[in-house]
Write a protein that binds this ligand. Structure first.
Ligand code: PHE
Ligand code: ZN
Length: 881
């Protein structure tokens, strides 16, 4: 039977709960299959609530074992209960204590929400609505309570017992010699989604941090035994985050301990539970042999992100889940700024924009598009999206551009001071910046309300006699499901006019738009902007630093792009110019491939790439990024409709081969510059590795007769995961001699590191070869594959669906069908992960007819499945709408 679509929850329907819960005392008697939870809730009727109003608590598959009010068991006629709801028909008017006993089964919990076990360790995941799977509760973010947690377990099974806040007491349980307990108290009122507890046999590493006002904080990272030596980088990142947040945002830590636990089964990246962050171990564990430079950078960013939530999310939380971007967009912005300060700002910005364009832009252009602050949802877990996170961060970045650095600092200061201890809204956040800057931000607020990526089109003309430059600018969002037309937004466009000497030119005045410093502020559907006093025809550099999350179309000749790729003073736009040049050239090659013509690469692209390759004055990490071609998915997005992923792959391969063969000598030289010496995970050394491996990639694509030999040699000699994986990827993806032997060597070497094995699965899943689907099918049956481990599923099925456009999008539809099978199999066990996997179909309408009909059939098959979860039902319905 087809599951019915759940009713939508709407922002406009928000109203506070009639009661509040001020204190929670939890007692958790842990046992793998029958954990007994006893909750004592201190509940108060709100003054606006009529006495006798029923109290409705949320539950999630719970079994009630006892119930009392103020210490007295209550009669059955005064409440109703189901696994998903507990209703007190006429609760006391005065504050009262409600005691609830529930029994839960952590081992049966395959959806990894609520209390579950990961490799034997008990752990919890409560965001967004997991707490209701532990006890009946007002499980909503605007109910803030003080929690005391008593955890009891068998000492041999769980010598470590952790909760939120500070440790209070621990010891043996009287009369039960095999059991022990610990009590934790968190003095900061918090919503239930920030509750956590962990119990298990874990090792740890310890350090400490002294806050600027002198509080000594014990820092601990808990991991499975034997992994202690992989925590150094995470710990170092944590201490740097704590210092940075004090220095840059004035945010100080507020407990005596800060604990991080790494678990291997986790639906998401990590979770900011108060004082007890729980992490996917992928974002904690690193050493030279098993982690790539990208892993190190991710760990630094995610550790910072979760730590920064302590203020943006925990001290100040969200009133309701529609406000999710209040904590996520702001916290992503903060972690991006942190990484920029730790690394190269330009390189970080380029990487973030690449991610935004590859993940958020397609989301915002298809059936899953939604505003940064959605107005309705049926399943909140489906709104932890690139739009809420990454576009949400871009909106905060634009806000900073508009109010200026000082205004932004004053605004965040006011926000922290005014809303500390509250569950609040985007309106309250924006009001702080409006107040300190004196600016009216009501038009700007549209960025939170409107879905879709604005297309900004610019046509320029230069009048030499009048010495004036005129720009005709328009903005438009293409129609989306549920959003037929759009309103013009406030768009800050940072710009420069580059003269023939390569320097930014001055101008006298600007008419037709507001200009603040180097920023043009658009606000209308169409604007004509006129610069006077412009002494020669400039090369126009628009959207510097990617100052707004828009698609910019400003027709530019290849020669101008090449000029800016060499001279733009804004490093982001220098990178963008070379990318645009490569994109234009690749799109021409795609058309040639579709027409069955010969694929000849444009010489201007070959030249520009050659200059970047040989320009030793540039930061290696920047050069590596500039040498990277737009991905297949990026090109598909540019093409927009009637996409044939095979033609895209052919075009890209042709340009890679041409670049490799044209610059063989430069590449050989770059390869020989590979550094040896002790491993350093820092950004500078990582940049050099990135450049060397980018050079290696082109060399491998060239017609050099010794290419395979050199890649095999580097694979054998690599002393770190970045280089080893780079070489392995080239061997496998290029189907080079030695690939199979290298795969086997890699697997043998890393047999006991599941994070490294994930990479082994991923390399094979993303190979653009016609044999890949068969390989991936075999791997799904491999003894090392584990359908219950989200990281493993992501490394095989998700990697195939999102990282292998030509094979997922096979013309016979077999790729779609394979992924659909996995969505269906997963859905019964872990709906969140299944629904996320399902989103890889979101751009199905952009394929050419044959492929899109196969994709639609796969979606139909999912849609017709019996008992589909609410998570997957929501995604499939929206995809097909
Ligand atoms: N709040 C987490 C973060 O972004 C993400 C998360 C959401 C984790 C839901 C688990 C469940 O930091
Ligand atoms: Zn977050």
């Amino acid at each position: 039977m087809r599951s019915d679509t759940a009713p939508a929850i709407r922002l406009e329907d928000y109203s506070p709960a009639p009661y509040t819960i001020e204190a929670v005392a939890l007692d958790m008697q842990l046992a793998p299959k029958a954990t007994q939870v006893h909750a004592r809730l201190t509940i108060r009727r709100l003054t606006d609530t009529l006495p006798g109003t029923p109290l409705v608590l949320d539950g999630g598959g719970l079994e009630l074992t006892s119930l009392s009010v103020n210490g007295v068991a209550i009669p059955v006629e005064s409440y109703t209960v189901t696994p998903d709801k507990l209703e007190l028909l006429s609760p006391p008017s005065e504050p009262f204590e409600l005691e609830i006993g529930t029994r839960i089964d952590p081992d049966a919990n395959t959806q990894l929400e609520g209390l579950y076990r990961s490799s034997g360790t008990y752990c919890t995941q409560c965001e967004a609505e997991g707490f209701r799977r532990i006890t009946y509760f007002l499980d909503r973010p605007d109910v803030l309570a003080v929690y005391t947690t008593r955890i009891e377990a068998r000492k041999s099974e769980a010598p470590i017992l952790l909760g939120n806040g500070n440790p209070v007491e621990s010891g043996p349980v009287p009369d039960k010699p095999e059991r022990h307990f610990a009590i934790w108290h968190d003095p900061h009122p918090k919503p239930s989604y920030l509750f956590a507890m962990v119990a298990g046999d874990l090792a740890h590493v310890a350090d400490s941090f002294t806050t600027r006002s002198g509080r000594n904080v014990d820092l601990k990272i808990y991991v499975e035994h034997g992994r202690e030596d992989k925590c150094d980088w995470a710990m170092d990142s944590l201490k740097r985050s704590m210092r940075w947040d004090e220095e840059v945002f004035g945010c100080e830590y507020d407990l005596d301990v800060f604990n991080i636990v790494a678990v291997s089964d986790f639906n998401m990246g990590a979770m900011e539970n108060k004082g007890l962050n729980i992490f996917n171990d992928k974002y904690v564990l690193a050493d030279q042999d098993t982690a790539t430079d990208q892993d190190y950078a991710n760990i630094e960013a995610v550790i910072a992100h979760e730590y920064f939530h302590n203020w943006t999310g925990n001290r100040i939380t969200c009133r309701d889940w529609f406000q999710l971007c209040l904590k996520e967009g702001l916290t992503v912005f903060r972690d991006q700024e942190f990484s920029s300060d730790m690394r190269s700002r330009a390189v970080k910005r380029i990487s973030d924009v690449r991610l935004l364009k590859s993940h958020q832009f397609p989301e915002d252009a298809g059936p899953l598009a939604h505003p940064v602050r959605p107005r309705k949802y049926t399943e909140i877990n489906n709104f932890y999206t690139a739009t809420v996170y990454e576009k949400g961060a871009e909106v905060v970045r634009m806000l900073k551009t508009l109010v200026g650095a000082d205004g932004f600092k004053a605004g965040t200061d006011l926000y922290f001071q005014r809303h500390d201890g509250e569950a609040t809204t985007i309106e309250a956040f924006l009001a702080c910046f409006a107040e300190v800057s004196g600016q009216d931000l009501s038009h700007f607020a549209l960025w939170y309300e409107q879905a879709g990526t604005p297309l900004v089109e610019v046509e320029s003309s230069y009048d030499a006699t009048a010495q004036s430059l005129t720009l005709q600018i328009s903005q438009e969002i293409a129609p989306l499901p549920g959003q037929a037309d759009s309103k013009p937004a406030v768009i800050p466009i940072r710009f420069g006019l580059i003269g023939s000497d390569g320097a930014d030119m001055s101008f006298d005045k600007v008419e037709g738009a507001e200009v603040r410093q180097d920023c043009l502020i658009l606000s209308q559907r169409r604007q004509t902007v006129r610069f006077s006093g412009v002494s020669e025809r400039p090369a126009l550099s628009l959207l510097r630093g990617f100052s707004a999350p828009v698609k910019l179309h400003a027709p530019e000749k290849d020669q101008d792009l090449a000029f800016r790729a060499a001279h733009d003073s804004d490093p982001f736009n220098r990178w963008q110019a070379s990318q645009t040049l490569a994109t234009q050239s690749l799109l021409r090659l795609v058309r040639a491939a579709e027409a069955g013509e010969e694929l000849v690469a444009d010489s201007v692209v070959l030249d520009v790439f050659g200059s970047i390759l040989s320009d030793g004055s540039l930061d290696p990490a920047f050069r590596a990024l500039s040498l990277q071609l737009p991905g297949e998915a990026d090109l598909a997005r540019e093409i927009g409709k009637n996409v044939d992923p095979t033609a895209v792959l052919k075009a890209r391969d042709a340009l890679r081969a041409a670049l490799g063969s044209t610059h063989m000598d430069l590449l050989r030289a770059a390869l020989s510059q590979r550094e040896s010496g002790p491993f350093d995970p820092g950004a500078e050394a990582a940049g050099k590795r990135a450049l060397a491996n980018q050079a290696l990639a082109y060399f491998a694509a060239s017609d050099a007769s010794d290419a395979a030999l050199i890649v095999n040699d580097l694979f054998d000699r690599a002393d770190n995961m970045t280089d080893r994986l780079a070489a392995l990827t080239l061997l496998v993806h290029g189907d080079l001699p030695g690939a199979q032997a290298a795969l086997e060597a890699f697997r043998n070497r890393h047999e006991t590191s599941s994070l490294a094995l994930d990479k082994w699965f991923m390399v094979q899943a993303t190979a653009p070869l016609s044999s890949t689907l068969e390989t991936v099918r075999d791997l799904a049956g491999h003894r090392l594959f584990d359908e219950n481990n989200p990281n493993r599923v992501r490394s095989l099925v998700h990697a195939f669906a999102t990282g292998n456009p030509s094979q997922f999008g096979r013309p016979d539809g077999a790729g779609f069908s394979f992924v659909a099978d996995h969505v269906l199999a997963l859905d019964a066990r872990n709906p969140q992960v299944a629904a996320r996997l399902l989103t890889c179909f979101r751009s199905w309408r952009a394929y050419e007819a044959q492929r899109s009909s196969h994709a639609e059939a796969a979606l139909q098959r999912i849609s017709e499945a019996e008992n589909l979860s609410r998570d997957s039902r929501d995604i499939v319905d929206r995809c097909l709408q």
